[in-house]
Design a binder for this molecule. Structure first.
Ligand SMILES: [Zn+2]
Length: 184
């Protein structure tokens, strides 16, 4: 899955690591003649690579990045109270990861391309939501679940609905907060 380089840092061995917008890091070593990346050795060279896309295998493996900060949790929903928006295709913003926790029953969790996978979640198997990748959920009767959102930076809201736009969904979220279905 292609992710954008947003920064670089050095690991304890002084090897260069590219920080990507998904929250994962990836080594970009200069180790000739095996790995030739002379650009990693200068500030100017690294700057020239900001914005470049790298393939992130960790995203494809649904691996949560380290040091995520929890910042929002939905209310507990069941098959009757689940917001329609969650059953339609939607996605989180860049860098925002979420976890779907099943308290009772089961839930079908589909992740769109480029992953293209469907999982059946239960209380022993949480769903990992990858930033910016469309997904949807279909709870079965008697299922009870909640979602928690984490990120490395500050976010004003969690989800973007491509069909209705960011603002519309934020307004929806705001009204839901007002009647107490979401907790910050
Ligand atoms: Zn990643």
């Amino acid at each position: 899955m292609k992710r954008q380089i947003v920064a670089f840092h050095l690991d304890p061995e002084n090897d260069c690591v590219a920080d990507m917008d998904c929250g994962h890091g990836q080594h970009v070593r200069h180790n000739p003649p095996f790995e030739n990346r002379a650009w990693t050795t200068s500030e100017e060279g690294r700057k020239s690579k900001l914005g470049v896309m790298l393939n992130c295998v960790r995203c494809e493996e649904l691996e949560l990045p380290q040091n995520l900060i929890p910042y929002k949790k939905t209310a507990v929903f069941d098959a009757d109270s689940v917001p329609t928006a969650l059953t339609l295709s939607h996605s989180t913003k860049a860098g925002v990861w979420a976890k779907i926790h099943l308290l009772e029953g089961g839930l079908s969790y589909s992740i769109a391309q480029p992953l293209g996978k469907t999982f059946v979640l239960d209380s022993a198997h949480a769903g990992i939501v990858i930033p910016e990748v469309a997904h949807s959920v279909q709870p079965v009767p008697l299922s009870v679940f909640t979602s928690s959102f984490t990120t490395k930076g500050r976010r004003s809201h969690a989800c973007v609905l491509p069909s209705t736009g960011c603002l519309t969904f934020f307004q929806t979220l705001t009204s839901i907060v007002r009647i107490g279905l979401f907790v910050a």
